[in-house]
Design a protein around this ligand. Structure first.
Ligand code: SOE
Length: 390
């Protein structure tokens, strides 16, 4: 069967660009997609580096001019993998040019930008143009299963939401200043970079929304060496130092709309924890627990089982009946970090083909942005902050 192609331009080719390229390459090879993604153009600030990356990552062409690429008739979708300070400008220009948009998280650096992006996405929808924000961890099969079990009522009424996102890549005070430590580029630190993921995940799993927060941000290391080069999460350091302008760690209490109590923590100083997304949800009939460092497993406790044989059961989320798994390997063979990005592409392409809204939408990204802003304000003012619900 001949399928209509979906010509993709991607902006940015660092860690996230690499992960997204893998997804665009792999998705049509494992999933029966209704449209055929074409990796048309890769855009980077430096023409030579963009050309090298395009060749390595599998893009047909490269460019150093994102505006010119967005104006092209032979581009249908723009995938934004740049730091947060450019998300709004690029996404708005792309949507206005009639291109579908996939934008990395957090949606923007400020609530005002996220509001504008959402308003433009709403206008674009009327013309069949779709926008999605990249909270990829929703696409881990064990997370999809957790949501399904909550929806089915298996843990009853949710009482407690406990969520941590723990990393340690800047625990060393000599780790250089990457753009992720610069408020002008990243908007915030651990809070927006990784806290945003657990905000999205817990709301996704519970189907509920955070209504109010009381938070605290901390920057343990106030100055660091400038980076002379940076790749992924590591880099080389200069002898000169500059200020860290974002939080190293964030924690907050939350009340969900249902009244469930939430405790959240996001830190880049949890020595020994590399990418530990830990979520535990306790309900009136049972509990669920997940840790990304053991990402193929979901723990489930059913309070109705006999006390003598009861306990958390370790479900290996690798059965064909679990979300996305059927397209991959036989039971028990497991998936990794990159598969979430592949599943994200699958869901986006399917939504575009169906003329449906992909999730999470820009409106979902805006709501997360409001929670992030409320935590920041709460930390500065030492007060509880309500999240505007719209
Ligand atoms: C860095 O903390 C980072 O790469 C995040 O930006 C990503 O969103 C997360 O997937 C892994 O960690």
């Amino acid at each position: 069967m001949t399928r209509t192609s979906l010509r993709v331009a991607m902006i940015g080719h660092a860690f996230m660009g690499n992960a997204h390229s893998q997804a665009w390459r792999t998705a049509p090879r494992f999933f029966d997609l209704p449209l055929r993604p074409e990796m048309a153009v890769l855009v980077g600030r430096d023409a030579d580096r963009a050309a090298e990356a395009a060749d390595r990552l599998g893009w047909a062409e490269s460019s150093a001019d994102w505006r010119a690429v967005i104006a092209r008739d032979d581009v249908d979708l723009v995938d934004i993998c740049t730091p947060g300070d450019t998300h709004a400008e690029i996404a708005i220009a792309a949507l206005r040019a009639g291109k579908h948009v996939l934008c990395e998280k957090p949606l923007a650096n400020t609530v005002a930008e996220a509001e504008q992006m959402t308003a433009v996405a709403d206008e674009a929808r009327a013309h069949g143009v779709r926008a999605m924000v990249g909270f990829t961890y929703r696409r881990v099969p064990a997370i999809g299963l957790a949501r399904r079990l909550v929806e089915e009522g298996r843990i009853g009424e949710v009482r407690h939401v406990r969520a941590q996102y723990l990393q340690d890549w800047i625990a060393d005070p000599e780790a250089p200043l990457s753009w992720r430590l610069d408020k002008a580029k990243a908007g915030s630190g651990a809070l927006g970079d990784i806290g945003a993921h657990v905000i999205d995940l817990t709301q996704y799993i519970t189907g509920d929304r955070i209504a109010e927060v009381s938070g605290r941000l901390e920057t343990f290391v106030k100055e660091r060496p400038y980076a002379t080069s940076h790749s992924g999460l590591s880099g080389t350091a200069s002898t000169e130092r500059g200020p860290v302008t974002v939080d190293d760690a964030a924690s907050f209490l939350a009340t969900f709309g249902s009244g469930a109590m939430g405790v959240f923590e996001a830190t880049r100083f949890a020595t020994g924890r590399k990418n530990a997304i830990r979520i535990e949800i306790n309900g009136s009939l049972g509990s669920l627990a997940f840790d990304f460092e053991d990402m193929n497993v979901l723990e489930y406790f059913d309070a109705r089982d006999d006390a003598e044989v009861n306990g958390f059961r370790r479900i290996l989320a690798t059965e064909p009946g679990h979300p996305y798994v059927a397209a991959w390997w036989p039971p028990g063979h497991g998936l990794g970090y990159e598969h979430g990005f592949t599943h994200q592409v699958v869901d986006l392409v399917e939504a575009i083909a169906a003329g449906a809204d992909p999730a999470p939408s820009f409106a979902d990204g805006l709501q997360v942005q409001r929670v992030l802003a409320a935590v920041e304000t709460s930390s500065h003012t030492r007060t509880w902050q309500e999240i505007p619900q719209s």
